[in-house]
Design a protein around this ligand. Structure first.
Ligand code: GLV
Length: 324
């Protein structure tokens, strides 16, 4: 019987169904496996169902000569050594689309929470400080009528931009290339990077991590943004230089930040942890019950297809088919 290792537990029944046909082991703890545990469990597997936090590198791949598929339960897949997997004839799949709207929801939750200081306001009440209403209490920024700058107008960026229509916002964006289809859907206007920095009241990062996007936002970029502006990152952590963001926040170069992803997860820069105008969430972009069920369903389907000799739908390394 072919072996499959699932590195974490998921809501729903799909992994159970997989167990009827394959020898499936699911990492039993509420955390992810350590590197050693991952290597131990992956040994001899034909399929792996992984998360963005599981590193599938040359060592893992070499340890699993039977490996046919790495099914990454995430839209991103920079945790997998794609060139090496491809060289070894291993299919790699992801779970796009199902998490788009949920991640866009979180981007907006961060925008609102930072702009209106929701977490601080909650703490204020709970700590017994609400003894008297005052007109200058916890003042924030307006979202309605402001300019939203989307960095990366792909699926998630488009979903973020679509929501802006309900708030009477101007939408501008920067992307590898113009996305005319998304422009007509969202009313977004393509601008260069400098304009995005200068004119946005909110910049939401939804781009993937690439050589071009890595370290794209540092102190110099924050200095070009409005001192009243807010940056939100639901894309990938290393797109922002975290220490430089902490500095820019401290010096009032920008007004606030909402981050769901970090440069070196699960670590967070110590200065950023001290910044009162930064709101930090632990990479929960797709973390709704319904969406996580859909993601694991999709990941399981990919494994079933691959092990059954078919081509899964969300193959991220289609060039592997040429070598097989
Ligand atoms: C999460 O970060 C994902 O890539 O799905």
């Amino acid at each position: 019987m072919k072996k499959i290792f699932v590195t974490s537990q998921y809501p729903g029944e799909s992994v159970k169904h997989l167990s009827q046909k394959y020898d499936v082991s699911v990492y039993p703890k509420a955390t992810l496996p350590t590197r050693e545990e991952f290597l131990e469990n992956a040994k001899g597997c034909s399929g792996l169902i992984t998360t963005v936090a599981d590193v599938v590198d040359k060592k893992v791949i070499d340890l699993c000569p039977e490996l046919q598929i790495v099914s990454n339960s995430a839209v991103g897949y920079e945790n997998v050594d794609i060139p090496y997997a491809t060289k070894k004839g291993i299919l790699v799949t992801n779970t796009p689309n199902v998490l788009t709207e949920t991640t866009a929801d979180l981007a907006w939750a961060l925008m609102f929470s930072v702009a209106r200081r929701i977490v601080q306001a909650d703490g204020y009440v709970r700590e017994g400080n609400f003894t008297c209403w005052h007109p200058s209490l916890l003042l924030g920024m307006n979202i309605h009528g402001s300019t939203l700058g989307v960095y990366g107008l792909g699926r998630i960026g488009t979903a973020v931009a679509n929501r802006a229509q309900g708030f009477n916002m101007r939408v501008i964006y920067q992307n590898r290339s113009r996305n005319e289809k998304a422009e007509s859907e969202t009313g977004g206007q393509y601008v260069d990077f400098e304009t995005l920095l200068k004119e946005s009241d909110f910049i939401v990062i939804t781009a993937p991590l690439t050589d071009d996007t890595r370290g794209k936002f540092g102190y110099e970029e924050f200095r070009k943004m409005k001192p009243t502006s807010i940056i939100v990152n639901v894309g990938r952590g290393p797109i922002i230089k975290e220490r430089e963001l902490a500095e820019a926040l401290k010096e009032g170069e920008i007004w606030g930040a909402g981050l769901d992803v970090f440069e070196d997860e699960p670590k967070v820069d110590s200065e950023l942890l001290l910044a009162p105008n930064a709101l930090l969430t632990p990479h929960i972009g797709s973390a709704s019950i319904e969406t996580r069920e859909k993601m694991i369903d999709m990941a399981v389907t990919s494994v079933e297809l691959a092990l059954g000799g078919e081509v899964p739908k969300h193959l991220v390394n289609p060039e592997v088919l040429d070598s097989n």
